[in-house]
Structure formats: structure tokens, C-alpha cells
Design a protein around this ligand. Structure first.
Ligand code: ADP
Length: 464
């Protein structure tokens, strides 16, 4: 049974985890698709801006500068480094105008989100007998030609362009002046950065996300509820089995005695002997009473607070309790009992049903005796605190573990003590006591330490 439960649990947890992962995976996939679609859509808009006459003119200006600088470079008037520095400088001076136009065009697109844009140069190569790479000097380097300044890694590519052109320049390196030709390849990349890209995509997915969270929470809730019900069911089953065992045990002795006594009635000698006959009948009667009492106990002690027919009257607390304790002591004449009291001295009236309330007190007092060693020490203390009358019944018995305290007032619950119960009982006393106290609008609780004794507290409101 235990292993079946374990497997059921393990499989449920695994299914739950699998479902959660699938859902997580689907959400991630949707996010990726939505993000890509969003980026594509933005890219389309940017591409439209890129085809602009004014911008092209600025780029051409820069191209001219590049050409001039290459001529100087070819004539060995400047180094490669200087060339790069100069064309970057030129780009910087042109950028103000470029970016202004760009921003204006972007504004006209009326996008409802912000974005940054830039055009990067990826490579500049002069083709000839030997190719001469002007840029990049190291791998994956790039520089911003126009646009905003932002890191490349947090951005998306819009387009990559490659322009190939042929130029002439006047070569003065030798003794004579000649016109030389070179082929130039410039690779550029347009890059955009959507501000708050993630949150925009998440906003687009809000419905799906909220739906998923609700479904997930519902799943967790259902899972938790099923688990709780299952565990509770298991507990109830164990408690029921315990109860059946206990009641069977309780019935066994009187039934066995009844059996012996009724068999005796069939014996001729007993039938002929009026004394023996009377004795057997008395036994039968007594055992019958015992069984009847047991059944009555189960029937009445199973009542809950709403079904207890109270008839409350004004009762003066102190004399009433003294009377109850006197009766209790009388019933335990042959047991060693040390009962001390510390009763609230002032006159306090309680609205009690004396019959039921006495039963509740007797249950607690009986338990204090039942679950103590041979010498029973009980202390009864009463006090008034915040309009409540508090009765504390303290014993120095075996005590109750914190774990057992959680279920102590449950119907049929008995603290497990190995496989055998040292004390007889049906686990109804505390349940019934709690129901009676509840019917008086009060509450009962326990403070206990295993091996250190227990204190049961009854609190009754004085104004109800
Ligand atoms: P029963 O005494 O018939 O088992 P109760 O409902 O009166 O049923 O008590 C439930 C369980 O609580 C008992 O089985 C016992 O283990 C524990 N218990 C009750 N009162 C005390 C006490 N004063 N000290 C230690 N254990 C107690």
C-alpha cells in the first residue's frame, strides 16, 4: 500500500513537471516566434527609410572623402591608420545631418515604440594584384559610420550591403605621373536596436501569459488539493481501521462473558439451582449493560456541536467546579490521586448546560488519570482573561508529542503507541469535549511536551 502510494506520488509529480516543462517550452517558442515577427516588421520599416535620396547623398559625400583619402594613401602620403582616422572623422561631421534626417523619417513612420539605428562599416578592401584590406585590421571589427552609438551585441541586423566600384587616381610615387585604377569593395551593415524589445513582445503575449499562469496555478491548486485529499483519505482510513479494532476489542470481553453465561443456562445443574441461575442472569444483564453503554457512548459522543441539544443556565463557576471535582474524586476512590486547585476567587457566572459541560470536564479529568503513571497529580486552575473564563487542567502524565497534538481533537483519533494501546478507548473523548465546548461558543486547546505532562485549556466567553 505504502509503495503504491509512493509510486502514485512520484508519477504524479513527474507528470506535473513534464506538463510544466511542455508549457514552458511552448511559451518560449511563442516568444521566439513573436519576437522574430516583431523584428521582421520593424526591419521592413527601417528598410523603407534606407531608400532615401537625402541620406544617399550624405553617404556619397563620405564616399568621395574615402576616394580622396585612398588616393593619398596610394601616393604614400598617409598611412592606413591615418586614412581610417580621417574617414571616421568625416563620418562624424556628416552624422549630425544624417541622423537628423533619419530621425525625421522614423518619426513619420509613427512607430509606437522607440528604436536606435546605425550604419556600420564592416570592411574596406582595395582589390589589385594584391588585395589590400584597409579595414578591419582585426577580425570582426566594425565602426559606426552613421547613426546612434550603441553596442552591436544588443542589436539586430537590418541589412548587409556590398558596393563594388572602380576608381582612378593620379599616381605620383614614381618618377612620372600616371593614372592608376583600383577596385574598391565596401561592406556595410545596417543595425537597429529596439528599446524595451523584450517587454514589448511580452506585452503582445500578455493574454497568453496570463492564461498560462492561470492554467498553471489551477494545475498546482488541483494537484495540491488531490494530494491533500489523498493523504487525508489515507489518514481517515487508518483512523477508521483503528476504531474498528478498538471497538472489536472492547466488545470481545463482554461478548465472551455473555457466551459463557448463556451456555451455562443450558446446563441442567444450573437450571435446577436458583442461586446459580440468578448469578448467570446477573452476569448476562451486566454484560448486556456494558455493550449497551458502549454503543450509547459511540452514538452520543459522535454528536457534533450543532447537534448537541444544550439547555444553558446561569451557573456560579467556583461552587459548580468544586462540586464536579468532588464527584470526580468520589469515583476514583481506590486510585492514588493528588488533586490541587487554584480557583478564581471572585464570583463569576457562566452560562452552561451543566450535564454536557460536566461530561466535557470529566473526559479531560478521566484522561489525566488514564494517561498518567500510578500516582496521579492533577492541578485545576481557573482565571478570567479578556472576558473569557479559562479552565486549565494540568497533569504530569505521559504528555503528547507536537505531531500528535495536531490531530488530537479529531474523531476516533488516538495517539499511536506502537501496535498496542496500553489504555482502552475509542478516541471519542476529546472530540466530544471539543464539540461540547464549541456548543458553548468556547474553545479547547492543549499545551504539552512528550514525557512532561499536559495542560488542557477550556476557554468560555463570558458574554455569550
Ligand atoms: P481515548 O482516551 O478514548 O483514546 P480521547 O479522545 O479522550 O480518546 O483521547 C485521544 C488520545 O489523546 C488518547 O488516545 C491519548 O493518546 C491522548 N490523550 C488524551 N488526553 C491525554 C493526556 N492527558 N495525556 C496524554 N495523552 C492524552
Amino acid at each position: 500500500m505504502k509503495t503504491r502510494f509512493f509510486w502514485l506520488m512520484t508519477i504524479s509529480v513527474m507528470v506535473f513537471l513534464a506538463l510544466s516543462s511542455i508549457q514552458g517550452y511552448l511559451i518560449y517558442n511563442t516568444y521566439t516566434l513573436k519576437r522574430n515577427a516583431f523584428i521582421d516588421q520593424t526591419r521592413d520599416q527601417i528598410l523603407k527609410i534606407d531608400y532615401n535620396q537625402e541620406l544617399d547623398t550624405i553617404v556619397d559625400f563620405w564616399g568621395e572623402e574615402l576616394k580622396n583619402q585612398i588616393a593619398d594613401y596610394k601616393n604614400q602620403r598617409i598611412t592606413k591608420k591615418e586614412l581610417l582616422y580621417r574617414i571616421q572623422l568625416k563620418a562624424n561631421t556628416l552624422n549630425d545631418k544624417y541622423y537628423q534626417i533619419y530621425k525625421r523619417e522614423l518619426k513619420n513612420k509613427k512607430l509606437d515604440y522607440a528604436l536606435n539605428y546605425k550604419k556600420n562599416i564592416k570592411s574596406i578592401v582595395i582589390f589589385g594584384k594584391e588585395n589590400d584590406t584597409l579595414f578591419p585590421l582585426k577580425k570582426d571589427d566594425s565602426f559606426r559610420l552613421f547613426g546612434a552609438d550603441f553596442p552591436n551585441d544588443k542589436a539586430n541586423s537590418v541589412s548587409v550591403s556590398r558596393t563594388f566600384s572602380q576608381f582612378d587616381y593620379i599616381d605620383q610615387t614614381g618618377s612620372e605621373i600616371t593614372t592608376q585604377q583600383y577596385n574598391l569593395e565596401v561592406k556595410a551593415q545596417d543595425i537597429m536596436q529596439i528599446i524595451d524589445e523584450k517587454s514589448i513582445v511580452f506585452k503582445q503575449m500578455a493574454g497568453l501569459l496570463i492564461g498560462s499562469i492561470i492554467i498553471f496555478l489551477a494545475m498546482v491548486g488541483l494537484f495540491y488539493y488531490s494530494l491533500k485529499t489523498l493523504i487525508k483519505q489515507k489518514k481517515v482510513n487508518a483512523i477508521k481501521t483503528d476504531f474498528i479494532n478498538n471497538i472489536t476489542h472492547e466488545l470481545k470481553t463482554p461478548l465472551a462473558t455473555l457466551g459463557v453465561a448463556t451456555k451455562g443456562l443450558k446446563v441442567k445443574e444450573i437450571q435446577d439451582n436458583p442461586e446459580a441461575l440468578k448469578h448467570s442472569l446477573t452476569i448476562i444483564d451486566r454484560q448486556n449493560d456494558r455493550i449497551q453503554k458502549l454503543i450509547d457512548q459511540v452514538m452520543s459522543n459522535s454528536l457534533n456541536a450543532e447537534n448537541i441539544p444544550l439547555q444553558r443556565t446561569q451557573v456560579l463557576a467556583r461552587p459548580y467546579l468544586e462540586e464536579v471535582l468532588e464527584d470526580f474524586k468520589m469515583g476514583l476512590q481506590h486510585q492514588k490521586l493528588n488533586l490541587t486547585t487554584d480557583l478564581f476567587p471572585k464570583k463569576v457566572f457562566l452560562r452552561l448546560d451543566k450535564f454536557y459541560f460536566t461530561t466535557a470536564l470529566f473526559n479531560l479529568l478521566d484522561n489525566a488519570v488514564k494517561y498518567s503513571e500510578a500516582l496521579v497529580e492533577i492541578r485545576i486552575k481557573t482565571r478570567v482573561d479578556r472576558n473569557q473564563f479559562i479552565i486549565a487542567i494540568q497533569d504530569h502524565g505521559m504528555g503528547i508529542s507536537k505531531k500528535a497534538q495536531k490531530n488530537l481533537f479529531d474523531k476516533f483519533y488516538r495517539v499511536p503507541q506502537g501496535d498496542v494501546y496500553q489504555q482502552k478507548g475509542l478516541g471519542l473523548g476529546l472530540y466530544y469535549t471539543q464539540q461540547i465546548v464549541k456548543a458553548h461558543y468556547g474553545e479547547v486547546s492543549v499545551e504539552s511536551e512528550l514525557g512532561q505532562g499536559s495542560t488542557f485549556l477550556i476557554k468560555i466567553p463570558l458574554d455569550r
